[in-house]
Design a binder for this molecule. Structure first.
Ligand SMILES: Nc1ncnc2c1ncn2[C@@H]1O[C@H](COP(=O)(O)OP(=O)(O)O)[C@@H](O)[C@H]1O
Ligand SMILES: [Mg+2]
Length: 248
C-alpha cells in the first residue's frame, strides 16, 4: 500500500459524526479539518489545509481566491473526483472517506453534477448524446424517462431543439449550457462548477452566471469556484481561500 493510501486509512475519517446531529444532516456537504497533501518524491505540499465547510441544501456558495489557493482541489474532493488525506467529510450525511471505488462512482453519477471550465463535451457526439451519456449508465431509468429528462434539461438551459447539433457547431456559451444540462439531467443533489466562465467572453460568462442564479432560485444547491469577484458576488455566500486555507 502506498503512503497516501495509509494516510487515507488512518487519518481521513477518525472524527466523523455520521448522521448523529440534525444540523449536520441538513447539510449536503459537511467538512471538518479537511486536508489534501500532495507528495512528489520527498516534497510534500498541502493543496488544502484543515478546511471546515458546510453547505446546506438550497445554498449557493462561491469558492474564491487566487490561482493555486485550492479551489479545484476542494471542489474535486466534494465531487468525489479526489479524496481528502485527513479530516472528516460527510456527503449527504454519509461518511465519504470510507466509500469504495464503485460506490464513489455511483454517487458521482447519481448525486453530483460537475461542470468544468473546458466544458468537457465529447466532440463526436451530438448535444443530445452528450446529455444522455451519464444517464445511459443508470439502469433504473427507463428510455422514456431518459428522453424526458434530456429534453427537460435542454429546455432548462435554453437549448430546446438543438439536440442534433455537434459541439463544434455551437458557441462556447452554448457548449457550457450543454455541460450544465448534462449535469442537471441526473437530478443531482449538488451542482459543482469549476471556473465555469473561465473559457467564455464576458457576456456569455454573465449569462452562464445568471443561469446558475436561476437554478439556485429554483431550489438547486450550487457551489462554484471562481477567481472573478463579480461572478462570486452572484452567490449567496462566499468562501475565500488562500494557500489551501479558508480565510473567511
Ligand atoms: N496533482 C497535484 N500534484 C501536486 N500538487 C498539486 C496537484 N494539484 C494541485 N496541486 C497544488 O495544490 C495547490 C492548489 O491547487 P488548485 O486546487 O488547483 O488551486 P486553484 O484551483 O485555486 O487554482 C496548488 O499549490 C497546486 O500546485
Ligand atoms: Mg482551479
Amino acid at each position: 500500500m502506498d503512503s497516501s493510501a495509509i494516510e487515507r486509512r488512518t487519518g481521513a475519517s477518525e472524527h466523523c459524526v455520521e448522521d448523529s446531529d440534525s444540523v449536520i444532516r441538513d447539510c449536503i456537504v459537511h467538512m471538518e479539518g479537511v486536508s489534501r497533501l500532495y507528495r512528489s518524491g520527498t516534497a510534500a505540499i498541502y493543496g488544502l489545509s484543515a478546511i471546515d465547510l458546510s453547505i446546506k441544501r438550497g445554498e449557493f456558495v462561491a469558492l474564491t481566491g487566487p490561482s493555486g489557493c485550492g479551489k479545484s482541489t476542494l471542489l474535486s474532493i466534494m465531487g468525489l473526483l479526489d479524496h481528502a488525506t485527513s479530516g472528516c467529510f460527510l456527503l449527504n450525511g454519509r461518511d465519504a472517506t470510507t466509500l469504495g471505488y464503485s460506490e464513489r462512482a455511483r454517487i458521482r453519477n447519481e448525486e453530483i453534477g460537475f461542470v468544468f471550465q473546458a466544458f468537457n463535451l465529447i466532440p463526436h457526439m451530438t448535444v443530445y448524446q452528450n446529455v444522455e451519456l451519464p444517464l445511459s449508465y443508470r439502469k433504473a431509468i427507463s428510455g422514456k424517462e431518459r428522453r424526458e429528462r434530456i429534453q427537460q434539461a435542454l429546455a432548462r438551459v435554453g437549448l430546446y431543439g438543438r439536440d442534433s447539433d455537434y459541439p463544434s457547431q455551437i458557441s462556447g456559451g452554448e457548449q457550457q449550457r450543454v455541460a450544465i444540462a448534462r449535469a442537471l439531467a441526473g437530478f443531482p443533489s449538488l451542482l459543482l462548477a469549476d471556473e465555469p466562465t473561465g473559457n467564455l467572453d464576458s457576456q456569455s460568462g454573465a449569462s452562464i452566471m445568471r443561469l446558475f442564479e436561476e437554478l439556485h432560485s429554483n431550489g438547486a444547491t450550487v457551489c462554484i469556484a471562481t477567481h472573478d469577484a463579480k461572478h462570486a458576488s452572484t452567490a449567496q455566500r462566499r468562501v475565500a481561500l488562500l494557500d489551501g486555507r479558508s480565510v473567511t
